[in-house]
Design a protein around this ligand. Sequence first.
Ligand code: NDP
Length: 262
Amino acid sequence: MKPPYDGQVAVVTGGSSGIGLATVRLLLEQGATVALCARGEGRLRDVTAVLQRDHGAERVLARAFSVLDADAVNGFAAEVQQAFGRCDLLVNNAGQGRVSTFADTDDQAWREEYELKLFSQINPTRAFLPMLREARGAIVAVNSLLAYQPEPHMVCTASARAGVQNLLKSLSIELAPEVRVNSILLGLIGSGQWTRRFAAREDQSVSREDWYADLARKKGIPLGRLGDPAEAAAAIAFLGSRAASYITGAQLEVSGGLSRHI
Ligand code: NDP
């Protein structure tokens, strides 16, 4: 049997770390050719060298830029078009959360957060849309459960994420029937921000395993642990694949059961 992404081209923003990197790896394993981006050149270069060694240099294209730079995103799309001639899947994953309450979020922070959350979807979607339409492809957005279940200590991130879900629903209608648009809603995944918070823990003698287990207990995660980036990647790969051909405008929670709404 052919692998699910055989002959397809996928683009993953924020592909040099955590969930984005796990997604790049999985899509390569499943037969895709992958283009990825991130801002930091050093980590991107290191990661790309390993990916090209494992999967072939011709199947991995990596460029360093911010997804908030529309010209750079457009240039990246032109390169993908030239190198691979198509794009079947766009994974809008790049970004990070902001921890702040209403009292300590100033206007600049609100603007930055809204720009990051919305334009990390808008810029790549606009740039890759002609190729996605032609391939009858898919967009998968990486978002957070905070969109539906806000937490006061992440006030601007949560409200911006709700706006993103609203935008994605509109896109799923406007871009149908050529392009499917779906999202995953994350709870706590043991990558990025949690790795950084673990590194900055008060008691440096606590092991990663114990710190994560305590966090899962405090947050009340029914499955009793944080998610692994590979588990988020599996959901992304499913929604982007032909196996999900009748799914659009949907959101899939990857949270170990953390959501309280039905
Ligand atoms: P990581 O920090 O491990 O990875 C983030 C990736 O995005 C890196 O490759 C980073 O590289 C890149 N990136 C960040 N900002 C930009 C930008 N402006 N332009 C291009 N690339 C960028 O984070 P995670 O894997 O944990 O998170 C992935 C996504 O999931 C993020 O959008 C995050 O907000 C979201 N999320 C994660 C949760 C979790 O529990 N882990 C929970 C909810 C949502 P570089 O810094 O070099 O640019």
